[in-house]
Design a protein around this ligand. Sequence first.
Ligand SMILES: Nc1nc2c(ncn2[C@@H]2O[C@H](COP(=O)(O)OP(=O)(O)OP(=O)(O)O)[C@@H](O)[C@H]2O)c(=O)[nH]1
Length: 323
Amino acid sequence: MRRKIPVYVISGFLGSGKTTVLLRLIQEYEKMKKTPGIILNELGETNMEAHYFHSHKIKELLNGCICCSIQDDLKETLRHFSVLDADVLFIEGTGVANPNEIKDLLLSPEFLEIYDLQSVIGMADAGNFLEYNSWLSSTSQVRKLLAEQVACSDLLILNKTDLVDERKLKKIEGKIHGMLPDTVPVFRTEYAKIPADILLRKRHKTAAHIQNDGGGTVKQAHHHHHHHHSEINALKIEARAPVNRTLFEKWFERLPEEVLRAKGVITFKGTPGTYEFQYASGKLSLKRMKEPHQYNPAMIVIGEKLKHDELLTSFHSICLNAG
Ligand SMILES: Nc1nc2c(ncn2[C@@H]2O[C@H](COP(=O)(O)OP(=O)(O)OP(=O)(O)O)[C@@H](O)[C@H]2O)c(=O)[nH]1
């Protein structure tokens, strides 16, 4: 019989550090001379981070969430990966995915024969955790989603600890412990730096999630899952010409609060090269790209009840027409 493929599921809210930890997981497997397979799911229609993964066995599932609208695509992809020569499979859901759905699929009779779920690695963003959990500054949709993502973790990484002080970290840990069983370890990290043996350990106890019907066949436990992200969506904005850098940065400072995340690739007037950028935890970071790439400058903006027309108009007028 073929050896089961170990699988890690990476979960966590928008911008919490899932891709950062995924790149660490890939590195660890490459050190062991093993070939990782990756399933990457994005809410937006384009993956603006494809250059991180160009030499890997990767399947991108775009424009929807594998926990609901494109779950059939995930099933198809899992069938396809099972015949490929990958030593391990990493699944990164969108920042609004309910990881229970992915977990249940992996534990269903069809995939239980092929895959061996090692761990659901949950990422929490210390920079935003209290705000996203507060009824004063967040919606019930976001709060429920966060709680579900945390509760489903086999390992919880409290990331971005550089963005908050010790007092706040203790408060966040208190909340997280209240959402998790005592057996689930919580680790503080910056840029998801965590020892490999802690990260890669098999933590998922499959038996806890399945029932044996006594006749030798394994039945999936029945969960009632909820989708808490119907109002969180993505918008692609193309930058048809190089933009004024100062105005570009100002545009991010003035974004409406419903914008939770953005990422993309941009060129600036009077500056050579192409820049990749990330907007997460309310902060914009820019980095000049070293390698040649295949992108037309554009960004994916993600948020709750985004006003598409307003964002498009403001971006085009501020960035393209002025300066
Ligand atoms: N300050 C700080 N920034 C971090 C840390 N970890 C990751 N980041 C940055 O936060 C941004 C988002 O990180 P990602 O790893 O892309 O987050 P993600 O969860 O994959 O984001 P989504 O694409 O929204 O799902 C990037 O600019 C990272 O470099 C950290 O510990 N501290």
